[in-house]
Design a protein. Structure first.
Length: 260
């Protein structure tokens, strides 16, 4: 039995209706996808003003290369120009400010181990800071020294803001945790005058952590037969900055001075 013409027409109508529905759905999905692939940029016009436009993701790089910016962002190479989400220009955030950075230097003066104890060594640091050729450095200064009853780590200020050389620019450690350690960013190789001392021996009586037992009758004796304290080396930034070997008490060496 052959299908009637009416039945065939009905099938054709249904087929065409289904096809149109599919095409409409596909078109709508394509438009949604195309829209989703567009992003906002802050476009600069011929008058130098910025306004927000939507562009394809693939075109963003070209827009940025021609001086456009990003919403809630900046213009690359645009001297700090920044925008809110609608491309209205806003003030850029201020640059991060350094914390309370303390200074440190290796002494220009040489000492045997009889420095008058910790108090005498601290007084020498304070005097050198006050008479720096850079000008009075100000502040309170103490020597990085331990003795038999006091560790350098407990008698010196712990500063989370970091430590720099006396020149104020060279960073030695970013915090107390890295200063009182065996891993510095830079050797403490400049004196209070900003002069490099190179590969110098430095009395410490301590390890890099600031823990030690001193020596030489708690820094009051230069008897060569006394107990031998640890020395560091000013050019080193690993454990050797504080403890590279021990030394006789009558030898000449420098001291580290740390701002408090």
């Amino acid at each position: 039995m052959n299908p009637s013409p009416r039945f065939i027409s009905l099938i054709l109508v249904l087929f065409l209706t289904f096809t149109v529905a599919v095409l409409l759905c596909s078109t709508e999905q394509w438009e949604v996808q195309a829209q989703a692939k567009k992003v906002g940029v802050c476009h600069i016009n011929e008058y130098g003003a910025f306004h927000r436009i939507e562009v394809a993701v693939s075109a963003v790089s070209a827009h940025l290369a021609h001086g456009d910016g990003l919403p809630s962002g900046a213009v690359p190479g645009g001297n700090g120009l920044m925008f809110d989400s609608q491309c209205v220009q806003v003030e850029p955030p201020p640059p991060p400010q350094p914390g309370n950075v303390l200074r440190v230097f290796v002494s220009s003066r040489m000492f045997d181990a009889n420095m008058g104890g910790l108090a005498g060594a601290d007084a020498s640091c304070q005097d050198m800071a006050a008479h720096s050729t850079l000008g009075d450095l100000g502040g309170t200064w103490k020597a990085f020294l331990s003795d038999s009853s006091t560790n350098a780590a407990t008698r010196l200020t712990h500063n989370t803001g970091g430590y720099k050389l006396a020149d104020g620019t060279t960073l030695v450690a970013t915090s107390d945790a890295t200063f009182f350690s065996t891993s510095h960013l830079h050797g403490i190789d400049k004196d209070e005058n900003g002069n490099s001392v190179g590969n110098a021996e430095v009395w410490t009586g301590s390890g890099g952590s600031g823990i030690g037992s001193g020596g030489c009758a708690d820094w009051t004796s230069n008897d060569p037969g006394g107990s031998y304290p640890a020395e560091g080396n000013s050019s080193q930034s690993d454990f050797r900055w504080a403890n590279i070997y021990v030394q006789f008490c009558d030898r000449q060496a420098r001291i580290y001075c740390v701002e408090q």
